[in-house]
Design a protein around this ligand. Structure first.
Ligand code: NAP
Length: 292
């Protein structure tokens, strides 16, 4: 049976190391990292995410600002707020909660965030830096996924990694991070032929598909490490349930280590957002990033 990778506990540990780093920045450099989260509209899931982000930011000792704008906010007004935050010296990280209402061009908004404050790592400048091997702010879920993989496997050097999914927010940045760790990386997607055979090559599988329980145990190389990024809401036995992109019951019999859903990658995302905010604050102030 696979070792269960406990993302909740790992994320708690990371958040407490971040809180220590924040204390050090306050005392040694008079710097309190600050994160502004912008929410447009009333999407219930987004409201929960934003509230959790704000709570954990405050718990880590940082400044937190929530900007809640009505769904009918114009693109121009949103861009004006981002411009204000870009120029606010107390604000080191800006996160615009997605999805945005349809009348707003998300790409335009994400590009308006100053790359130095882009703690979501979605700005083309940060994406470009990541893919050219330069230090940058990298998307939070990919960073958290690779942290868990490293923790489970030790070093990733030379291993075969298969990433399922090629989205800009998960698949592509995960693949870049794994390449930087010297993995041999394959990116699979909806047009990949014989996906089970491709997955069977992998020492490390990172699934970011959005299809409930798609990856089966008999797709895996015995002992493989499985990082399941998927969050899918399904109905089972009359109850709503969260499941990943991997069929946990069959995969845990074959894998060497596996993340559960929930409690695996999910909790890492906000912890990595706080990590990025500290990194951004230090870079903007021109001081070294404390160990976290
Ligand atoms: P996305 O933008 O919909 O991308 C899904 C990817 O999966 C696409 O590249 C797609 O291929 C590929 N795909 C779809 N069907 C496939 C199939 N049958 N075989 C192989 N590949 C297939 O999704 P995303 O935003 O990357 O998110 C992926 C999952 O991660 C979702 O469940 C999401 O909820 C979850 N997620 C979790 C967190 C978190 O833990 N905090 C954060 C972000 C996302 P094509 O490119 O060919 O269409």
């Amino acid at each position: 049976m696979a070792k269960i990778i406990d993302g909740k506990t790992y994320a708690q540990g990371l958040r407490s190391r971040i809180a220590k780093a924040v204390t050090e920045l306050k005392t040694k450099h008079d710097l309190t990292p600050g994160l502004a989260v912008v929410l447009v509209g009333e999407d219930p899931a987004s409201k929960v995410y934003v509230a959790n982000k704000a709570k954990q930011t405050v718990e880590a000792g940082m400044n937190s600002w929530e900007h809640k704008l009505p769904a009918e906010t114009s693109e121009a007004d949103l861009l004006a707020l981002i411009d204000k935050l870009n120029n606010d010296p107390a604000c080191h990280g800006i996160l615009v909660q997605l999805p945005l209402p349809k009348h707003i061009d998300s790409a335009k908004v994400l590009t308006a965030v100053s790359p130095g404050k882009d703690v979501d790592g979605f700005h083309v400048v940060n994406v470009g830096k990541l893919s050219t091997g330069q230090d940058s702010l990298v998307a939070c879920t990919p960073v958290g996924s690779v942290m868990l993989a490293k923790d489970a496997l030790g070093k990733l050097d030379g291993i075969e990694a298969v990433v399922i999914g090629r989205s800009n927010i998960v698949g592509k940045p995960v693949a870049q991070l794994l390449l930087a760790e010297n993995c041999t990386v394959t990116i699979a997607h909806s047009r990949t032929k014989d996906l089970p055979a491709v997955v069977r090559r992998a020492d490390l599988v990172i699934a970011a598909v959005g299809r409930a329980e798609m990856v089966k145990g008999d797709w895996l190389k015995p002992g493989a490490c499985v990082i399941d990024v998927g969050i899918n809401r399904i109905e089972r036995d009359g109850k709503m349930k969260l499941v990943g992109d991997c069929d946990f019951a069959s995969c845990e019999k074959v894998a060497g280590a596996i993340t559960p859903v929930p409690g695996g990658v999910g909790p890492m995302t906000i912890a990595c957002l706080l990590h990025n905010t500290v990194k951004a604050a230090c870079a903007l102030k021109g001081i070294p990033v404390p160990a976290m």
